[in-house]
Every structure is written in structure tokens, then in C-alpha cells.
Write a protein that binds this ligand. Structure first.
Ligand code: DGL
Length: 270
């Protein structure tokens, strides 16, 4: 058995990379639904069905725990999947909560009532579907009061990254930061609310300026997973095989993944 990491495409590799560095002995099965990426322009029902199918595939193939390393899937599918009930011994977790716990200076899993926190003006960059869901604002409201959130739906960025067109991705990031800054000139923190965006983090930081603290999910999700597996070691299982699975074109996805992680990554068909 192993830990499963799911994303619509390549973005979850940012989470994979951080998790594998923090937990080098834990086998990881990565599943990219590249055939159907981007999810961010799909409706909630569509995202739910695609996510549900991929997570079930990972559960059936030896993963007890699946991380939705995708904000769009976490926003549209996680709660629905958990409410529908997961098979005995299986779990599915998302990526919002670790990020919001870090933003609101909480220990992992601290469920005490909402309170005042030091950040006041938060810029949220995410896919159109994640922004429309308002899932980030809902989770934040459980933990913090008095925080103003301005969201920017970053159309086009995921498509450009999936196509390996980093020049277009960079231009789009700059224009989305510009649009957000016009709506909220005094942000003190920025959330990269899509797991593809850490690949563009230096561009976000440069465009936002040094006074804005940028929160990116990969390391936060890895740290909370280390903590979770310490408390639930049975979720690791005994398997030793790490794999990269994709629904897309194996050669193209492997090449783009290799470019992003700067080491050879070989995907096989899901
Ligand atoms: N990387 C994903 C996310 O975190 C999905 C992007 C997409 O497929 O649109 O939202």
C-alpha cells in the first residue's frame, strides 16, 4: 500500500515533490487526470465525477489514503465524497485546511473557535471553479474573523502550464496579479490556491512585491501529512512501489513532468 496523490494534471507534482522529500520512505502513487485537465473551467458535477473515479482507482490499487492535491477537486468534490461515505480503512483529504491553518497560525488539526489573526487583507489566486465555490472563504470563516479576502480567477494559467508554455503562463500571472492589486492594493498575504501555481511562485512574488507574504501549498500539505501519518501510521501500509499514472499522453506528460521537477519522471497509463 502507498499514499495516493491526485491532481487534474501536473500541478499536484509540486505537492508530490514536497511530500516525497519529507517522507522519503513512503511509496507514493501519483495520478494525473491530464486527459481532462483543466478542471478549473468545468462545472462542479463534472469535477466531482472525475475526482470520484480517480480516487476510487487509487483506493482499489493499494492506497489507503488519497490526498486531493488539487484545490478545484477539493472545493467541488471532497465534502461530497466524505459525506457519501468512504470504504472502511480508506481516507481522502484535501489541500485547503493545511493552508488555512498556516495562514491563521494554528497547530495542525486545531478546531477551536474562530479568532482574530495577524493577516487582515488576503489576495486569493485560484482557478475559476475554486473562486466560484467560495470554499476558501468558508474554511477561513471557521478559523478566523476580520479577514478581508479578494479573489482573482486566474483563467488560462493552468492550460499554459499543462502545455508547457511558461512564457504565456508568466504573462497571464502578471496580468492576474495586476487585476487583483487594482481591487486590493494593500494585501498583506497572498494565497496560491491552485497546486499548479507554485511552479510560477517567483513570478507571483516579484509581481506582488516583497511586502506581500506568499503562501504556497506544497510544503504546508507535506508538513501536515507528516503529522497526520504520525498519528495514523496504519494509513501508510506496507507497499514499496511508487508510480506515476496519467490518463493523458504518456510521453508528453512524462516530458513536461521531467521539465518541472528537473529529474526524469516516467508516467504510465492509468
Ligand atoms: N491544480 C489544480 C488546483 O489546485 C487544478 C487546476 C485545473 O485543473 O484547473 O486547482
Amino acid at each position: 500500500m502507498a499514499v495516493g496523490i491526485f491532481d487534474s494534471g501536473l500541478g499536484g507534482l509540486t505537492v508530490y515533490d514536497a511530500v516525497s522529500a519529507s517522507l522519503p520512505d513512503v511509496p507514493i502513487v501519483y495520478y494525473g487526470d491530464n486527459l481532462h485537465a483543466p478542471y478549473g473551467v468545468r462545472d462542479a458535477q463534472d469535477v466531482f465525477e472525475l475526482t470520484d473515479k480517480a480516487v476510487k482507482h487509487l483506493w482499489e490499487n493499494g492506497c489507503n489514503l488519497v490526498i486531493l492535491a488539487c484545490n478545484t477537486a477539493s472545493a467541488a468534490a471532497l465534502r461530497r465524497m466524505q459525506e457519501a461515505g468512504v470504504p472502511r480503512g480508506k481516507r481522502v483529504l484535501g489541500v485547503f485546511v493545511p493552508l488555512i491553518e498556516a495562514l491563521t497560525e494554528r497547530q495542525w488539526g486545531d478546531n477551536s473557535p474562530p479568532r482574530e489573526v495577524s493577516v487582515k487583507n488576503v489576495a486569493l489566486f485560484a482557478t475559476p471553479a475554486t473562486v466560484a465555490s467560495r470554499a476558501f472563504q468558508r474554511e477561513l470563516a471557521f478559523r478566523a474573523i476580520g479577514v478581508d479576502v479578494e479573489a482573482q480567477a486566474c483563467g488560462g494559467v493552468v492550460d499554459a502550464i499543462e502545455d508547457g508554455d511558461m512564457i504565456l503562463a508568466e504573462a497571464l500571472v502578471r496580468s492576474h496579479v495586476d487585476a487583483l492589486t487594482r481591487k486590493m492594493p494593500n494585501a498583506d498575504a497572498a494565497i496560491l490556491g491552485c497546486t499548479h501555481y507554485p511552479l510560477m511562485e517567483p513570478i507571483f512574488q516579484a509581481a506582488l512585491g516583497d511586502s506581500v507574504k506568499v503562501y504556497s501549498q506544497a510544503n504546508l500539505v507535506a508538513a501536515s501529512l507528516v503529522d497526520y501519518l504520525k498519528r495514523h501510521p496504519e494509513m501508510i501500509g506496507e507497499g514499496t512501489e511508487s508510480q506515476f499514472l496519467t490518463t493523458g499522453n504518456v510521453a508528453t506528460v512524462s516530458n513536461n513532468a521531467t521539465q518541472f521537477l528537473r529529474r526524469r519522471i516516467e508516467f504510465t497509463a492509468a
